[in-house]
Ligand binder design. Structure first.
Ligand code: CUK
Ligand code: CUA
Length: 651
């Protein structure tokens, strides 16, 4: 049942026939229908329930058509979910150590987490907001996933060859981020924009100097396709005014070369609740209009290449004055504290979700470009940035409802906007600027995502409502409730609610859904490969070459793992020795993973077939420590063990 059953409504008999996998007989009655009807009655299922089940059920052994990469919120991880089944496939450890994958427990992955240090501190959590897949010509290419850490201004690179985090870059300029990690249409750059303004480089300045010293910043991280890493040395940044920059999106096709960033709090409110001053929330909601930042990044790139950037903490930053004079940044009014900004698939228009305003505003890139080229500005802001007239820059507005946030698109010219306060998905025609249908969701939807949604050619099959509250949807699990992802079919005349999926590890923000056949992950590593260096590890070992080498108080152990033993399986060292284990999994068959742990040492590795890992620790406490495999790999898994013996220092 690969194809969708029917476009419009389908009757009970047909449903039952489908459920039974038997063609409908001439008379309409079929043998098994009674039992399906009984089942429906016994379980209290409606026809709509059964239809939703048929549209999403993926039988054992069959695969999902789509893969969703979802932010794991405060967990610092990324969820990998199959759709339409909404089955959880994997949690990828990104900013937070992940023991199953042996990420952050003594192996080579520790160095990746080290890269995420800020101000010299190891940060043990992150708030993952916006996963973004790499693109080629505006299409997801399935190579790499980028995710930001809103809490600590960091960007991570997940390699989709093995679904592992390979790099975390710590933004040295900002203290928090939000508008990220959006990619340009060929992934030349991964864009990360600050959220809460602060002095660039995280220096001290009193709040009284907010307007003079506090700034926003947009970092253009250069992505290198050959190494599959961000190259900080080729990256640069734009100084922004201290308006609180929010979401952002990169232009595509017609608007390639441009970036659009929302803002709120152009009032530059700083709070002061203890002194009886209004909190930021009310100070920031005074003006009727905030500013959409329209950025000509290709021009900025040139100015940086011409040496116009000023280095701050090792990153070349284009000063606001240069951006103003060269018209790199242009502002346009946008209604009251907006939230999402989303470029349409054709790249011609930019949709801004009103949040405190009931509209989605549709800006025309063509109009904006003409006004900028003709230097037809209505004024300048306090920082000298030119401002375009709002009414001249838009095509129109669609009345959406209470609290429009984010917008995604289908293949038929429709937009789907998440409407937070109303708890609905609003489907509307971009051309007509008219709402077509509203689908209630449970409850308080934040982001919304669509199949192939951020590409130049969305699929128009599904959207997922990412709801902040679940109230009565799931069994109670204490006062902290799971978030609720709701899968909605959009390929028919009407939207259909298909499935709920509780997310119990954090508050996800955004996610992207890619066609599963675009992903080509490897099944095993070439023998001895270290995934973090991308080739055979210099310390990789083959069967028969295992050895223990002592040099002074450093003990190097060249080990192998294969069903169901480690060689060597007895390691004796002296108290105070530095122990370096170099372990190669000699297995070459699919899914034949061994784990490796040593009691009391916080060491836990995942050795997928062929993979090599290095572990270094100081044997500081004399004793006898079992070391063993932690994946049930064979009938003799429990026997896959040995001992680390630490001899007390001779007195
Ligand atoms: S934000 Cu969370 S619902 Cu960080 Cu993209 Cu809008
Ligand atoms: Cu190897 Cu269990």
């Amino acid at each position: 049942m690969k194809r969708w059953i029917a476009r419009a409504g389908i009757g009970a008999v047909a449903l039952v026939a489908l459920a039974c996998g038997k063609p409908k007989s001439k008379g309409g009655a079929i043998a098994a229908s009674a039992s399906v009807k009984e089942l429906m009655a016994a379980r209290g299922l409606t026809e709509a329930d059964v239809e939703a089940a048929l549209r999403t059920y993926v039988p054992s052994g069959k695969l999902d058509d789509y893969i969703v990469f979802a932010s794991g919120g405060q967990s610092g991880q990324v969820l990998v979910i199959g759709a339409p089944s909404m089955r959880l496939l994997k949690l990828i450890g990104v900013y937070t150590p992940e023991p199953w994958q042996g990420y952050g427990y003594g192996g080579d992955g520790d160095a990746v987490l080290e890269g995420g240090k800020q101000n010299g501190h190891a940060l043990e959590w992150a708030d993952v907001h916006h996963p973004n897949l790499s693109e080629t010509n505006g299409e997801y290419d399935g190579q790499v996933l980028f995710v930001n850490d809103k809490a600590n201004a960091r960007v991570a690179v997940v390699d989709l060859a093995d679904f592992m985090t390979k790099q975390i870059v710590a933004n040295p300029l900002a203290a928090s981020d939000h508008g990220g990690t959006f990619v340009t249409q060929n992934t030349d750059y991964v864009i990360e924009t600050s959220q809460y303004p602060a002095p660039l480089g995280r220096e001290y300045a009193p709040l009284a100097e907010y307007k003079e010293k506090y700034r926003g910043v947009s970092v253009f991280w250069k992505f290198d396709r050959t190494t599959k890493r961000i190259d900080p040395n080729q990256s640069w940044a734009l100084e922004l005014p201290p308006y609180t920059q929010d979401l952002a999106d990169a232009g595509k096709l017609d608007s390639d070369g441009w970036v659009f960033i929302n803002s709120f709090n152009t009032e530059m409110a700083i709070g002061g609740t203890l002194e009886g001053k209004p909190p930021i929330e009310s100070g920031a909601s005074q003006n009727d209009m905030d500013y959409l930042h329209v950025i000509d990044w290709k021009k900025a790139e040139k100015l940086i290449a011409d040496g116009k950037g000023q280095p701050i903490k090792g990153i070349r930053v284009l000063p606001l004055a240069v951006s103003a004079a060269e018209r790199v940044i242009t502002l346009i009014g946008e209604p009251k504290s907006p939230h999402g900004v989303d470029v349409t698939p054709d790249g011609k228009e930019i949709v801004v979700g009103g949040k405190l305003d009931t509209h989605a505003t549709v800006y025309s890139f063509e109009k904006i470009k003409k006004l900028i080229d003709a230097q037809q500005f209505e004024g300048k802001d306090a920082y000298g940035l030119p401002i375009l007239k709002f009414s001249d820059s838009i095509r129109g507005q669609a009345e959406i409802g209470l609290g429009p946030l984010h917008t995604v698109f289908d293949d038929k010219g429709n937009a789907y906007t998440s409407v937070f306060i109303e708890s609905v998905v609003a489907k509307w025609s971009v051309k007509e600027l008219k709402v077509i249908e509203k689908m209630p969701v449970h409850y308080n939807i934040g982001h919304i995502l669509a199949a192939e949604g951020d590409t130049v050619s969305p699929d128009g099959k599904f959207v997922i409502a990412m709801n902040k509250m679940s109230l009565d949807r799931f069994s109670k699990v204490g006062p902290l409730y799971p978030q609720n992802f709701q899968l909605i079919g959009i390929d028919g005349e009407k939207m259909r609610m298909l499935a709920d999926m509780p997310i119990g590890i954090g508050e996800p923000h955004y996610a992207q859904m890619i066609r599963a056949d675009k992903l080509k992950p490897i099944k095993t590593y070439p023998l001895g490969e270290n995934p973090y260096i991308g080739h055979k590890d210099p310390s990789a070992t083959v069967a028969g070459q295992e050895k223990i080498v002592r040099k002074g108080n450093v003990v190097d152990v060249y080990m192998t793992a294969i069903r169901s033993h480690f060689t060597p399986d007895q390691i004796e060292v002296e108290q105070g020795d530095t122990v370096k284990l170099h372990i190669t999994n000699l297995e070459q068959s699919e899914d034949q993973t061994h784990g490796f742990a040593i009691s009391m040492h916080n060491v836990q590795l995942s050795l997928e077939p062929g993979r090599h890992e290095n572990v270094t620790f100081v044997a500081d406490k004399p004793g006898v420590y079992p070391m063993f495999c932690t994946e049930f790999c064979s009938a003799l898994h429990l026997e896959m063990a040995g001992y680390l013996l630490v001899k007390p220092k001779a007195k």
